[in-house]
Ligand binder design. Structure first.
Ligand code: SAH
Length: 345
């Protein structure tokens, strides 16, 4: 028989409260259920022990709780943990725990596959199957938090939306998930520790700014020259750099938050002085910093990362122009857990 019950975790806190009020039950029960679902992370109604049996039965008659399962857990030599996460409809996404000396970062997926076509990213080879629900993203965070507690004896310090998918193409659910991560009755984490990474969709960047979000923004730039960028990120033909820049200025005006530009340097693509100068010019127009990322080769691509002296050129030129720059070493390459390598192998 096909299950037609609604997943209770699709409801907002208000909707949960309204459900109880509609059944002439105290709104307080709604708040309690919210805490069971989001603070304590229970997976069945019988675990909600401070609810009367009749209330639990009422919930069971109306709802179900879908939850993710970690199907395979792989550990890298450098401590990175990659999870193959099975969803209730058997589709699989990946999530990663990235430990450093002082941090435990969760890298989570927002979509099954991706509709964008970045030629350097393994996820682009899978077509976009569907968006993840807020709870499916949230569960990835909770499970990685548990792994961090087990392997590193500390809770998560940071969350990055840099797994599979384009978070801004699943905006509503990503936002609903972040609400629960930051809600004191959820995980109570500061939005300052959350970064949403986008390939750069101007309309959605404006919307986020207008919505007054409090988390950090990273943009996968990879080139500040439109003709170059659209070769490596073909969808960017629809979102030219000048529009992207305008939306980022709007973001800064509304949020007063610096933007991080993610940037990989490839041989023969963006390795000339002209590329560096274009990046400097772009960065000087909006408060920002640059995160140079080590390229993680993917099977079917001929792209090659530049020798380090080119990275050095980038770092020197940016620094001379007082633009903050960091170089991010790859993590978890041996288990294909690194950026751009997530493709359900
Ligand atoms: N769609 C979002 C989030 C997923 S990609 C975005 O584009 O930002 C997360 C980060 O990994 C992005 O900065 C992306 O450019 C980078 N990335 C993708 N493929 C990569 C690869 N093969 N090596 C290194 N970084 C990669």
């Amino acid at each position: 028989m096909k299950n037609t019950k609604k997943d209770i975790r699709v409801l907002t806190k208000d909707e949960l409260i309204k459900f109880f009020v509609k059944h002439n039950i105290s709104p307080f029960r709604g708040k309690q259920v919210y805490q069971w679902l989001w603070q304590k992370g229970v997976h069945d109604f019988d675990s909600m022990t401070n609810l009367a049996l009749v209330h639990r039965e009422l919930l069971k008659a109306n709802f179900e709780i879908n939850h993710i399962k970690i199907d395979v857990e792989q550990k890298s030599e450098d401590g990175t943990v990659k999870n193959a996460v099975k969803l209730h409809d058997q589709l699989v996404v990946e999530s990663v725990l990235i430990p450093t000396e002082s941090r435990s970062t969760a890298c989570v997926s927002s979509q099954v596959g991706c509709s964008l076509d970045c030629i350097f990213c393994a996820t682009a080879s899978m077509k976009r199957m569907r968006n993840l629900n807020a709870d499916e993203i949230y569960d990835q965070v909770v499970s990685i938090n548990q792994q961090s507690l087990i392997y590193h004896q500390r809770p998560l310090t940071n969350i990055v939306f840099m797994g599979m998918g384009e978070p801004l193409m699943n905006y509503k659910n990503v936002l609903a998930c972040i609400d629960k991560i930051t809600d004191p009755e959820g995980l109570g984490m500061s939005p300052k520790r959350i970064t949403v990474s986008t390939s750069g969709i101007p309309k959605m960047i404006r919307k986020m700014a207008d919505d007054g979000v409090k988390f950090c923004l990273a943009v996968s730039l990879h080139s500040a020259i439109q003709d170059v960028r659209k070769q490596i990120m073909p969808f960017a033909t629809k979102f030219p750099l000048d529009e992207l820049l305008k939306s980022l200025k709007h973001w800064y005006a509304c949020t007063k938050k610096h933007i991080t530009f993610e940037y990989i340097v490839w041989e023969g693509i963006n390795d000339t002085k002209k590329d560096i100068q274009a990046l400097v010019k772009f960065c000087l127009q909006v408060p920002s910093k640059v995160n140079l990322i080590q390229y993680n080769p993917i099977d079917y691509s001929k792209l090659k990362e530049v020798p380090f002296h080119v990275i050095d050129d980038y770092i020197k030129t940016l620094t001379d122009s007082r633009i903050q720059v960091t170089y991010r070493r790859s993590r978890g390459q041996d288990i294909d857990a690194a950026c751009g390598q997530l493709a359900n192998k």
